[in-house]
Design a protein around this ligand. Structure first.
Ligand SMILES: Cc1cc2nc3c(=O)[nH]c(=O)nc-3n(C[C@H](O)[C@H](O)[C@H](O)COP(=O)(O)OP(=O)(O)OC[C@H]3O[C@@H](n4cnc5c(N)ncnc54)[C@H](O)[C@@H]3O)c2cc1C
Length: 379
């Protein structure tokens, strides 16, 4: 695998692993109960350069490309972290890229740099109560009024929505549902911008998720990302990164669950013999390992092609679906192999089982990925 072959990447793995061991594992259960990760974690991750991986140094990042940021994602989960932790700590991975791509110095100074320094938290708000899959159907509207936009509408299921200082928000700059979208960076504290209740979820408990409401919120025109009406394209362009991140979370969760289940099956004896001594169990573990490895190889292949600038929209969708399907099958089998213990909060596999369910929903559902794949097939 080319991804691990450089000394820098080995170092990055070690850095990530040490961060998880020291800064995350002792506290993760508390954060799961609290429903959020502390702000101080962002600063700690920024100080060691982890938060800025995948962002250029010219905007306050640590450098590296998509493969490096996927490597961090993979290593966090393989070290005992979780996809929920990644959703909470790396929300900037979806909130900032449009701003970076716009080369807007004002936005980069005010939002990108402080976020990569761990002193601000950003979120991305696309989904609305009326629907998330149909991005062009967005109804939250921004009406131009001099130097400002006046924003009305609501968003839901927004990751880090409760803690964030600003929200990169998809708005319609024409009439509701027209598909002419723009992205506006909307700051917390502006009159008319309220954060609704925190949403309780099946998994991702350490990641806060919120509803947002905008009533006549006046947002400076300078907070628009790129030219008007380019929002839809900008969102679609950045989806590749988000989808590959989710695919990485999926295969890494599968890998971690294979490891947990293998350890368990070696240690646990039934009817006087370790579970792992039974052929049925060994074959089950072998199949789980194979699925996780095949997903990993395919996701890496597609990620490398994205970095090489190849047009791989269809392949990104396939990578997400392949990895999510592998993850779903593996977490279920891993929990089953743990028996009753697998169903308890004390078992790490229980958390992965709950956390994994979102991966086929967020960033475009499995069905929407299939639509993209079908289109790519000319159907
Ligand atoms: C924990 C969590 C975190 C999230 N974080 C964010 C975030 O940070 N920012 C953000 O903007 N959104 C976020 N989301 C929203 C997420 O992206 C959406 O839930 C997702 O895109 C699906 O949209 P929806 O829920 O409106 O489902 P719908 O679009 O209503 O779809 C419902 C079902 O119908 C299927 N479906 C829809 N259209 C078709 C079709 N044409 N053909 C066949 N089947 C179809 C879907 O696949 C799905 O199974 C988050 C969601 C969750 C649960």
């Amino acid at each position: 695998m080319t991804m691990v072959d450089t000394p820098e990447r080995r170092q990055l793995r070690e850095l990530t692993r040490a961060f998880v061991t020291k800064e995350v594992l002792p506290h993760l259960d508390d954060w799961e109960r609290a429903g959020e990760v502390p702000r101080s974690l962002h600063e700690t991750a920024a100080k060691i350069g982890l938060l800025g991986i995948g962002f250029p140094e010219s905007v306050g990042g640590s450098g590296g490309d998509l493969l490096d940021s996927l490597l961090v994602t993979e290593e966090i989960i393989r070290s005992g972290g979780s996809s929920g932790l990644i959703a909470a700590l790396f929300t900037h991975g979806i909130a900032l890229p449009h701003m970076v791509a716009s080369h807007d110095d004002g936005l980069i100074e005010r939002y990108v740099r402080p976020t990569l320094a761990g002193t601000m938290i950003g979120a991305l708000a696309i989904t609305e109560p009326d629907g998330g899959s149909d991005v062009a159907g967005i109804r939250t509207c921004a009406r131009r009024d001099g130097d400002h936009y006046v924003v009305n509408g609501s968003k839901t299921y927004i990751t880090s929505g409760a803690r964030s200082d600003f929200v990169t928000t998809a708005v319609c700059t024409d009439f509701p549902g027209s598909g002419s979208l723009s992205l506006l960076v909307i700051e917390k504290g502006l009159p008319g911008f309220t954060v609704g209740r925190r949403l309780e979820k099946l998994g991702w408990h350490c990641s806060d998720t919120a509803e947002l409401s905008f009533v006549d919120v006046r947002v400076p025109v300078t907070n628009r990302v790129g030219p008007e009406d380019t929002g839809f394209l900008a969102i679609m362009q950045q989806f590749a990164t988000e989808r590959l991140s989710l695919a990485t979370q999926a295969y890494a969760t599968a890998q971690r669950c294979v490891e947990l289940a293998t350890r368990w099956c070696r240690d646990r004896s039934t009817f006087g013999r370790p579970l792992a001594s039974r052929q049925l169990v060994r074959h089950r573990l072998a199949e789980m390992h194979t699925r996780a490895e095949a997903a990993r190889a395919y996701v890496h292949d597609v990620a490398e092609r994205v970095v090489a600038g190849q047009p791989v929209v269809t392949e990104v969708a396939m990578a997400k679906n392949v990895a999510v399907a592998a993850c779903d099958a593996v977490v279920d089998a891993a929990l089953q192999l743990h028996g009753g213990f697998g169903y308890l909060r004390d078992a790490e596999v229980e958390r992965h089982y709950r956390d994994a369910r979102i991966l086929g929903i967020g960033g475009g559902t499995t069905e929407i990925m299939n639509e993209i794949i079908a289109k790519g097939m000319g159907l």
